[in-house]
Design a protein around this ligand. Sequence first.
Ligand SMILES: [Zn+2]
Length: 111
Amino acid sequence: MTKIEIPLDIPDVKIENVGINKEGDIIITVRSTVKGTRCHKCGRKITKPHGHDQEITLRHLSILGRKVYIRIRPARYQCTHCNGNPTTTQKLQWYEPRSPHTTAYEEHVLR
Ligand SMILES: [Zn+2]
């Protein structure tokens, strides 16, 4: 596969793979370099890994006229303080949970 250098403008991620699907869209698989998240129950910073959520695909800003999609498997962390040791999916600043787009894409569309 051709190696493509792409400026993503997304903080705290490492690009793991860049591919092009049969529609000609660019698919970029990334991994978060941020460790830990805040427990959704007690608000403490938690860093005990608890696997990953299902992979999600987010529409991002087009590059060179091609649609760009970002793929990521959000990390999950477990709280050791709360009863029942609940888990929380890592919240990242560049997309909203359950949104199909990155925040950068949303801002671009609204402009
Ligand atoms: Zn907690």
